[in-house]
Write a protein that binds this ligand. Structure first.
Ligand code: ADP
Ligand code: MG
Length: 249
């Protein structure tokens, strides 16, 4: 990939301020005799501005970890700090505050098909009170222009292609300037070219806005956008992407 100047600049931009800090996190599903541990002793730190990819076989616990990190599921055992807020035992109010600073992109784009591209993006702004006074339409349109959909703002989501829908989902996730973006296999439903485009777009916007990205993927065609690649297996983080020699310094 020639059109992205990676590594040097992006590595320099990364501060050592952790936005995600996970310590001895365990997670279980089910109750009683059906209770099954799915995450084992996860330790992880992700710093501001890092683009981190999370890989591993199906069923290894990637989605579970991502939903815990996003405050979409409550942490039961261990510590999970997002943007300085401890998520284990946090109140609903505290969880909501953290969620407002996170953008989510899922495998299925989850757009409202009876809303236009612009209305889908606007909805995300409407959740942020402080933005209500501004011209939300103009903000939504400008974000759609950034993702190359300036000529599709009034199209209903159902009339857009897979790649276009996923670009609307990116616009929706980024329009409120989140500090963190969590993406779960965002290219899974896309062909090679659209998948690549979508990820390069996320990369570009994230670097412009200094956003931290954690992206789950099976797609080895996009691994080169990562500052760091994590690997999970059987509920364990077997590689946190940090070189052993770096850790010793
Ligand atoms: P991945 O995203 O890596 O494919 P998941 O996090 O979805 O893995 O799943 C990890 C394990 O947890 C799997 O064994 C899966 O069957 C189990 N699991 C996931 N979600 C649930 C749930 N809601 N209830 C019970 N078990 C679940
Ligand atoms: Mg998954």
């Amino acid at each position: 990939m020639q059109n992205l100047t990676l590594t040097n600049q992006s590595v320099k931009d990364i501060t050592t301020k952790p936005v995600i800090s996970v310590n001895k996190l365990n997670h279980y599903f089910g109750k009683g005799s059906l209770r099954k541990q799915v995450l084992f002793d996860i330790n992880l730190q992700i710093n501001a501005g890092e683009i981190v990819l999370l890989t591993g076989p199906s069923g290894s616990g990637k989605t579970t970890l991502l939903t815990l990190l996003g405050g979409l599921r409550s942490a039961e055992e261990g510590s999970l700090k997002i943007l300085g807020q401890e998520m284990a035992g946090a109140s609903k109010n505290q969880l909501t505050k953290v969620r407002c600073q996170i953008g989510y992109i899922f495998q299925a784009h989850n757009l409202m098909k009876f809303l236009t591209a612009k209305e889908n993006v606007r909805m995300s702004l409407e959740l942020h009170d402080e933005k209500l006074k501004q011209d939300m339409d103009a903000i939504a349109i400008s974000m759609l222009e950034k993702v190359g959909l300036g000529d599709r703002v009034n199209y209903y989501a159902e009339n857009l292609s897979g790649g276009q829908k996923q670009r609307v989902a990116i616009a929706r996730a980024l329009v409120s300037h989140p500090k963190i973006v969590l993406a779960d296999e965002p290219t899974a439903a896309l062909d090679k070219k659209s998948g690549r485009d979508v990820v390069e777009l996320m990369y570009k916007l994230a670097k412009e806005q200094g956003i931290t990205i954690l992206l789950v993927t099976h797609d080895n065609r996009i691994l080169d956008i990562a500052d760091r690649i994590l690997y999970m297996e059987d509920g364990c983080l077997v590689d946190d992407g940090i070189d052993v020699t770096t850790k010793m310094h």
